[in-house]
Design a protein around this ligand. Structure first.
Ligand code: F6P
Length: 329
């Protein structure tokens, strides 16, 4: 955490990285908290790209009406390769200064927080953040905004697959999102009663999975579901299906849920954490604290240095895979 002394009159807000359901609820909370405290708010479009291109406009309380229930982000988002270069961060900072923006709130994931840290350290723009990513891979918060909705979307789809898998006595491989992170996979795995869960963090081999499915078959199990994260070690879902087919002759059906998990109306949990985190992110800046992500741990708001949020491994929900395995006999 860092502290700064500045009389804040105007803050900027932006969403960055992959969109996540609840980002709008968070933007609403940021705008309305600031306006309630008589601070002006300007919205920056398309994340860091909009900062570089100067796509910045004032936001009033009414501009964020009727967005609490909407997925996506009204501010648009993106991943900016240019912002990784110091020369473009300088341009972004000059635009912020020209627009009289005294401090920023970033709603995003680990890549976005890397950028936020650089903006503070190189350009002394005070910035706080809220964790907006479906991946739940930020350290120092039990949940990230969008994770609960994504898990429930994936779970609903997997329950439907369970119906057809059961009717045909089939093996299904359901691929959920998470290039570098298995939190969605572990939550969905435990909550759908998966027979096996593959994540990027846990080394599960195809042999072990095959052994499990065959032994379950001997015990009378006729259909099975494997949940796999995008980034798991033996490869993507189709590679896994092919490896299983080669070893067993089983014709595993594949369903890749993909970006459907990123959209949709946020759950109550996501709206509530978005409101609490967004409001706290504004108040932290007004109290002169920056370089932090607002998290929620044990239902309490916490402030976590960006550096810690992006560097430390979050293991908590990965234990769910062990329980899922124990229950899948
Ligand atoms: O970080 C969120 C996430 O949805 C990951 O789970 C996924 O690997 C990645 O974004 C996909 O990114 P894109 O939408 O840019 O393909």
């Amino acid at each position: 955490m860092a502290t700064f002394q500045k009389n804040i009159k105007r803050i900027g807000v932006f969403t960055s990285g992959g969109d996540a359901p609840g980002m709008n609820a968070c933007v609403r909370a940021i705008v309305r908290t600031a306006r309630a405290r008589n601070i002006e708010v300007w919205g920056i479009e398309k994340g860091y790209a909009g900062m570089i291109e100067n796509h910045i406009r004032p936001l009033e309380a009414r501009d964020v009406a009727n967005i609490i229930q909407r997925g996506g982000t009204i501010l648009k988002t993106g991943r900016s390769a240019e912002f990784m270069k110091a020369e473009f961060r300088k341009i972004a900072a000059e635009n912020l200064v020209a627009n009289q923006i005294d401090a920023l709130v970033c709603v995003g994931g680990d890549g976005s927080f890397h950028g936020a840290m650089a903006l503070w350290r190189e350009q002394q723009i005070p910035i706080s953040g809220t964790p907006g990513t479906i991946d739940n891979d930020l350290f120092g918060t039990d949940l990230t905004i969008g994770f609960d909705t994504a898990v429930n979307t994936a779970l609903e789809a997997t329950d439907r697959i369970r119906d057809t898998a059961n009717s045909h006595d089939r093996l299904f491989i359901v691929e959920v999102m998470g290039r570098n992170s298995g939190h969605i996979a572990s939550y969905v795995g435990l909550s759908c009663g998966a027979e096996e869960v593959f994540t990027p963090e846990i080394n599960t081999t195809v042999d072990k999975a095959v052994e499990k499915i065959l032994s379950a078959e001997k015990k009378g199990k006729k259909s099975s579901i494997i949940i796999t994260a995008e980034g798991q070690k033996p490869g993507r879902a189709y590679d896994l299906a092919e490896a299983i087919r080669k070893k067993t002759g089983l014709d595993a059906k594949v369903c890749i849920l993909g970006h459907v998990q990123r959209g949709g109306s946020p759950t109550a949990t996501d709206r509530i954490i978005a409101a609490r985190m967004g409001s706290a992110a504004v108040d932290a800046l007004l109290a002169g604290r920056c370089d932090i992500m607002i998290g929620i741990e044990k239902n309490e708001i916490v402030e976590v240095p960006f550096e810690m949020a992006i560097q430390r491994d979050k293991k908590s929900s990965l234990n769910y895979v062990k329980l899922s395995n124990l229950l899948a006999i």
